[in-house]
Design a binder for this molecule. Structure first.
Ligand SMILES: [Zn+2]
Length: 441
């Protein structure tokens, strides 16, 4: 098995070569269908074919071929440019950028001095990663001007986000940055990518939330295109074999190419559609049946007032975390926190899904597909508008969440209606002991 570094390099090389190979294959197929098949065999047959002209058939095949070619090439260009210019990368943390700069400088100075440094031990690396997590949760809580989209506030100002066991957002120790829901670190590009699906050599980069729709359209249109060319070339190859006993080598090559690409793209269309219909990415799908999602779900203000009332009979059955971290309440300061003006205090219940449950599954295949493809037929067919799931402006969560989260809220007692007259309503947890703890770290 090749080392990760070799594999990574191989992936990058393949990603540069494959687009050129694809372009060559399309140009070759276009030549083979236009000249040897439609012109020289059907429309104006050469004397060696011993057949009369079939202008209608030739023109119809050419027309269908070019009509199918346009969406395939169009979606590929849209996909390629999106992967190139808008891959969905998250910004790297300030520390990562500073580390990179430091490493570059030390490399230059080592080269100059002719010295070789001692590599860090694994233990050093691990303790460094832990320290990064600590630093990250503090530095990003303040928020830097150019990284506002992954500041701590971008998590706790939403009602639900994916978190670690202690309620902090997930952290990438390689990018030194907080990871929004469904973000994944790509080892080929060395960046965290929003809703990364997979690294795709076909398009020379990462297929993510910004490009998955165009990827799906491309593999679908390519499968249709390849099926058509396969049928046409196979039909006329059989005919010419019957008539003359020979075959046209160009047509045979095209049968091989369209069979190969058609088989792969049809398979990819089917699996991609399947995964989009249950709202998982290729990466999430690998551990789909055993993943337990840990979610920070905001506790409504009116429930907090009830919770922190001095003689409250209401006891939460979950751990909690409070944001922003500077306003951490201890057990003594809880009553003060209860008086903090609304909007400044964000308290979350830390809840867990059952293994295999997907909080992002909206409950119906169509609703899940709409998150990727859009809401109209034109959105589904044309590679123009970005996927609705790329819009993270909702105050509810980074990605739309489904019935699993509703059930978790219900089970945790967070769906109790707010009191109409300000009175504390009777809690579903009355009489239980306080099992929850309020934590911030
Ligand atoms: Zn990362």
């Amino acid at each position: 098995m090749a080392s990760p570094a070799v594999q990574k390099r191989a992936n990058v090389v393949v990603s540069r070569v494959v687009p050129v190979v694809l372009l060559g294959a399309v140009i070759y197929a276009t030549y083979a269908i236009t000249k040897p098949l439609c012109i020289d065999y059907l429309i104006d047959p050469t004397s060696s074919h011993h057949r009369g002209p079939r202008v209608g058939a030739g023109a119809a095949i050419l027309a269908v071929y070019y009509v199918l070619l346009i969406p395939m090439v169009g979606t590929y260009i849209r996909l390629y440019l999106t992967v190139l210019w808008n891959p969905g990368n998250l910004p790297q943390g300030e520390e990562k950028l500073a580390d990179d700069e430091k490493r570059k400088r030390s490399k230059r100075s080592k080269r100059w001095r002719g010295k070789i440094g001692t590599p860090k031990s694994d233990a050093e690396k691990i303790s460094q990663a832990d320290a990064d997590v600590e630093r990250g949760s503090n530095t990003t809580a303040v928020g830097s001007s150019d990284q506002t989209d992954v500041s701590l506030a971008s998590f706790y100002t939403k009602n639900v986000f994916v978190c670690q066991e202690d309620g902090r957002p997930q952290w990438c120790s390689k990018c030194c940055q907080l990871k929004p829901d469904r973000a994944h670190h790509c080892r080929e590009t060395r960046r965290c990518v929003r809703k990364m699906d997979h690294f795709c050599p076909w398009v020379g980069g990462v297929v993510s939330e910004t490009s998955f729709k165009f990827f799906l359209q491309f593999v679908f249109y390519t499968a249709v295109f390849c099926s058509f060319t396969l049928i046409v070339f196979a039909f006329f190859t059989a005919e010419i074999k019957r008539d003359t006993g020979g075959v046209n080598p160009h047509w045979c090559v095209c049968i091989g190419l369209s069979g190969l690409f058609g088989f792969f793209t049809a398979g990819m269309t089917s699996t991609s559609l399947q995964m989009a219909s249950i709202n998982v990415t290729t990466i999430e799908n690998l551990s789909r049946h055993k993943t337990v999602w840990t979610l920070a779900v905001r506790v409504p203000e009116y429930l907090l007032e009830r919770l922190w009332a001095p003689d409250s009979p209401w006891a939460p059955t979950f751990r909690m975390v409070s944001y922003p971290p500077q306003q951490v309440p201890s057990s003594e300061t809880q009553p003060d926190m209860a008086n903090t003006p609304t909007g400044e205090r964000h308290v979350f219940a830390i809840l867990h899904t059952k293994p295999g449950e997907n909080p992002f599954d909206l409950g119906s295949p169509i609703k899940n597909l709409q998150q990727v493809m859009g809401y109209s037929v034109l959105d589904w067919l044309l590679p123009i508008k970005p996927s609705p799931c790329t819009d993270h402006s909702s105050m509810e969560s980074h990605f739309a969440m489904g019935p699993v989260v509703t059930r978790l809220r219900q089970e945790a007692g967070l769906l109790v209606a707010p009191p109409e007259n300000g009175a504390v309503p009777k809690s579903p947890h009355s009489g239980r002991s306080h099992e929850g703890s309020l934590s911030s770290q």
